[in-house]
Design a protein around this ligand. Structure first.
Ligand SMILES: [Zn+2]
Length: 257
C-alpha cells in the first residue's frame, strides 16, 4: 500500500492514504482498481471497508479509531476509559459523533475520513498528545481546528511544540461555491476567499486551515495535492460531476508505544 507519509516528530507515525491499496471495486477505486475506500457510509460493502481499514491499521501499527463526522466543531478525547470502551466493540465501530479526535494514549490510532474536505493531523511529540481534524467548509468556519488545539493543550500539549500536517483536499481553484457562501465563510476565515479557474466564487479550505494554525503559532506542512484533479485520490466533487459516487481516504496518526 502506497501512502503519503508526514513527519510529525519522534515517536509519532502519521500518513495520508491514497485511493488504491485495498479491495474495493469501482466506483470506490481508482481506474487501476483495488480501491482503499475507508468510508462506511458511501454504499460500499461493509466487509470490504473493514478489510481496507485493517490494512491501514496494520500499516500504522495501531488500531485506528474513526469518528462519525457531522460537520460540527465537537472534539472527542479518547482517554484510557474511552479507548477501552471503543476497543471492546467488535468490530470496532465509530468512536462517536465528532469532527476531531484527540488522544494521549500510545498505540491508539486516530483517523479522519475525507474526499475533498481538509484532513489535519496534529502532534505534540514531547507531551505525547495527538489529534486529527475533519475541516470541511462548515467545520472550518465553526473553528473545529481551534477546538482540537484547545483539547490538546488541555491534555498537556504546547502550541509551540505542536506539529501539523494539512493533507490533500479540493483546492481553491477547483472548489466553486455560490457567492453568498463564499462571503459567509470568508467572513469567519478571510484566507479562505478564492476565485476558481473558471473565474467564479470559490473557497480555499486548505488556505483557511493553514491560516488558523498559523494564528495559533502552530508549524504546519501542507501536502499540496488537489483531490479533484489528482487521480490517486477520492474526490466527492469529481464523482458528483461524473454522476457517480466515490470512496473516502484518510489521514491517520498514532503515538508509538
Ligand atoms: Zn484543484
Amino acid at each position: 500500500m502506497r501512502v503519503h507519509p508526514v513527519d510529525l516528530g519522534e515517536g509519532v507515525r502519521a500518513f495520508f492514504t491514497l485511493s488504491s491499496g485495498g479491495v474495493s471495486p469501482a466506483p470506490w477505486a481508482p481506474e487501476t482498481g483495488g480501491g482503499l475506500n475507508l468510508g462506511l457510509n458511501v454504499a460500499d460493502d461493509e466487509a470490504r471497508v473493514r478489510e481496507n481499514r485493517a490494512r491501514v491499521s496494520e500499516r500504522l501499527g495501531a488500531p485506528v479509531a474513526f469518528a462519525n463526522q457531522v460537520h460540527g466543531d465537537a472534539v472527542l478525547v479518547l482517554g484510557a476509559a474511552e479507548r477501552a470502551a471503543w476497543a471492546a466493540t467488535e468490530p470496532p465501530g465509530s468512536a462517536g459523533d465528532a469532527d476531531a479526535l484527540v488522544t494521549d494514549q500510545a498505540g491508539l490510532g486516530l483517523g479522519v475520513l475525507v474526499a475533498d474536505c481538509v484532513p489535519v493531523l496534529l502532534a505534540d511529540p514531547v507531551a505525547g498528545v495527538v489529534g486529527v481534524v475533519h475541516a470541511g467548509r462548515k467545520g472550518l468556519a465553526a473553528g473545529v481546528v481551534h477546538r482540537a488545539l484547545d483539547a490538546m493543550t488541555a491534555r498537556g500539549a504546547e502550541l509551540s511544540r505542536v506539529r501539523a500536517a494539512v493533507g490533500p483536499a479540493v483546492c481553491g481553484r477547483c472548489y466553486e461555491v455560490p457567492e453568498a457562501m463564499r462571503a459567509e465563510v470568508a467572513a469567519a476565515v478571510p484566507e479562505s476567499w478564492a476565485t476558481t479557474d473558471a473565474g467564479t466564487p470559490g473557497l480555499d479550505l486548505p488556505a483557511g486551515v493553514l491560516a488558523q494554525l498559523a494564528a495559533r503559532g502552530v508549524e504546519a506542512v501542507h501536502v499540496e495535492r488537489c483531490t479533484r484533479t489528482d487521480g490517486e485520490l477520492f474526490s466527492h466533487r469529481r464523482a458528483t460531476e461524473a454522476g457517480t459516487t466515490t470512496g473516502r481516504q484518510a489521514g491517520v496518526v498514532t503515538l508509538l508505544s
